[in-house]
Design a protein around this ligand. Structure first.
Ligand code: HEC
Ligand code: HEC
Ligand code: HEC
Ligand code: HEC
Ligand code: HEC
Ligand code: HEC
Ligand code: HEC
Length: 351
């Protein structure tokens, strides 16, 4: 699907997990952006977006206290994170008299919810580790979803085998400037940095350095209003259906798991549908920082509309005057070990 952005940006944004940018201009690297936009760079560099993919050998939650073994009673297998090498973490699976090994090289997830390693088994096939570190447990447990199937041999016990397409998609959403032809990302591509959301920016950086008008060569997603922006973030945070696709909308309402996808839930809200493009992700989020660092920004966002002084058409709450999201966007446990905030803003009633 194509989303055309304003002509000044000269770009079209593709909502595809592997190819995001229609034009193939060169990347400058986020450090280059930081030389001029230092404040944003400092904040973004420390964010969970930036840490959403790292070399597994550098992630302390995974490397602390090894070797570490977990026994899976259902399949009578034992999984061991055996030790760290410069290449990654060795995962060993034993079932009956069989043993299988994988090198876990990549750690997905910053750790705010979970960290799942991905690597390659002997022979080269790709696996999503059956062991994940969970923030809520502060330890390593079986990856959510992994308990739905019982491995029948040691190799299956290592984790879910990923196809090449799945691998490219995992990396596609967790990297910046990634080349899917190579499959394995380079060190500098890991994590979500400036040019993942702003597009390849070498031209902009050079124009700015030479004193030419720099705006012409960089895309600002802040220029997208309402649905197009929800779609842009939704390339990773869940693609939203069009507003006339009633079947898809009804299905989302009835699927509790869709709470994991803010872009799909927000379009169910009256706040979104009755403000004609005024509500977008950036109405509430600064995409350069984590939610924990956003302070009172969420209440301020609600009150920018739901306030008697400023607005006529959005109602005033008869119940609460602060901490609005705790009641109207409750956190739901949609995955076994992780909570997500429901972005379908509404009066939540039992059933
Ligand atoms: C040599 C300095 C320099 C470098 C390097 C640089 N920028 Fe900029 N950038 C600017 C200037 C100057 C502006 C215009 C500011 C203004 O007009 O308010 C700007 C504007 C922007 C805007 C806003 C555009 C708009 O239309 O609102 C974005 C987004 C941006 N830069 C992102 C980046 C990214 C991403 C990188 C790295 C690829 C980068 N910049 C590298 C100087 C630089
Ligand atoms: C390239 C894929 C991608 C795009 C595009 C993207 N995100 Fe994310 N976002 C992620 C991933 C992956 C995480 C999880 C990071 C982690 O590992 O904790 C995340 C996490 C977040 C978080 C939670 C941060 C925290 O506090 O832990 C917010 C808020 C967020 N994204 C908002 C946005 C918004 C708003 C946009 C659009 C401007 C956007 N994202 C675009 C992939 C993306
Ligand atoms: C369409 C884009 C997309 C693809 C493809 C994708 N992710 Fe993510 N991933 C996200 C976003 C967005 C988040 C943050 C929100 C969330 O957790 O759902 C995230 C979060 C995560 C997290 C941390 C949160 C958690 O659930 O504990 C892990 C681990 C993760 N992804 C692993 C993977 C792996 C492994 C693959 C491939 C099998 C993959 N992702 C494919 C977008 C994607
Ligand atoms: C997850 C997507 C995402 C990432 C990653 C990201 N940005 Fe942004 N950026 C945005 C969005 C969305 C806006 C518009 C914010 C708004 O209008 O409220 C924006 C706005 C900007 C602006 C113009 C507005 C301002 O606040 O001055 C600059 C400059 C900018 N970003 C630079 C950067 C740089 C530099 C990096 C890397 C260090 C970066 N961005 C990383 C999504 C992102
Ligand atoms: C861009 C403006 C805007 C923002 C921002 C906004 N809303 Fe709304 N909201 C509306 C409008 C318009 C309606 C529907 C008309 C009405 O309230 O009378 C609405 C409806 C609601 C309703 C009633 C829903 C229903 O199903 O009847 C609740 C509850 C609500 N909003 C809470 C919130 C909360 C909490 C926030 C912040 C997290 C928020 N809104 C942010 C504009 C907004
Ligand atoms: C009306 C305000 C509002 C809008 C609009 C909004 N969010 Fe959020 N978002 C929140 C609140 C509130 C939280 C929970 C913050 C907390 O945990 O303290 C949150 C949390 C998140 C998280 C962290 C994981 C979670 O579920 O708790 C992600 C990711 C996220 N938002 C993405 C998005 C994306 C993408 C968009 C646009 C489609 C968006 N949000 C639009 C208010 C908003
Ligand atoms: C303690 C939970 C709680 C908090 C906190 C809370 N609300 Fe509500 N809100 C409710 C309940 C319950 C209702 C439904 C009341 C009813 O219908 O009797 C409601 C109703 C609403 C409505 C619909 C009113 C109407 O006439 O249709 C809006 C809009 C709203 N709240 C916005 C907000 C905003 C904005 C905030 C933060 C400033 C907020 N709420 C804080 C529980 C809460």
């Amino acid at each position: 699907m194509l989303v055309y952005v304003p002509a000044s940006a000269c770009q079209a944004y593709l909502t595809d997990p592997i190819r995001f940018w229609r034009h193939e201009s060169a990347y400058a690297g986020s450090e280059a952006c930081g030389s001029c936009h230092s404040e944003i760079y400092e904040r973004q560099f420390g964010s969970n977006h930036a840490a959403s993919l790292r070399p597994a050998s550098e992630v302390s939650q995974l490397t602390g206290g090894l070797p570490l073994a977990r026994r899976d009673r259902a399949s009578e297998s034992t999984l061991t994170l055996a030790g760290v090498t410069p290449d990654g973490i060795r995962l060993r699976a034993e079932m009956e008299s069989q043993t299988s090994e994988a090198m876990l090289r990549w750690a997905f997830g910053s750790g705010v919810k979970g960290i799942t390693p991905v690597g390659q088994a002997a022979g080269g096939s790709w696996v999503e580790s059956r062991l994940t570190w969970y923030e809520s447990l502060q330890s390593i447990a079986f990856t959510t979803g992994a308990s739905q199937y019982d491995p029948t041999n040691a190799k299956e016990s290592l984790g879910r085998t990923l196809t090449r397409k799945e691998v490219a998609e995992c990396f596609g959403c967790h990297t910046t400037g990634y080349d899917p032809e190579r499959l394995a990302p380079a060190r500098g591509e890991m994590g979500i940095h400036c040019e993942r959301c702003h597009g390849p920016g070498l031209e902009h950086a050079q124009a700015a350095a030479q004193g030419r008008p720099p705006k012409s060569a960089i895309f600002n997603p802040g220029s997208l209003k309402g649905f197009p922006q929800v779609q842009m973030c939704g390339a990773c945070h869940g693609r939203p259906p069009q507003d006339n696709d009633f079947d898809a909308l009804r299905l989302l309402e009835q699927t509790p798991h869709s709470v994991r996808f803010p872009s799909q839930r927000i379009v169910l809200s009256r706040c979104f549908n009755e403000t004609f493009g005024e509500l977008a992700c950036t109405s509430c989020h600064d995409p350069h920082v984590d939610v924990a660092d956003e302070g009172d920004r969420f209440d301020e966002a609600c009150l920018s509309c739901h306030d008697r002084k400023t607005r006529q058409h959005a109602a005033i709450c008869p119940v609460g005057s602060a901490d609005c999201s705790s009641c109207h966007m409750p956190k739901e446990r949609v995955m076994r070990h992780s909570m997500f905030s429901d972005h379908w803003i509404r009066v939540v009633r039992p059933n």
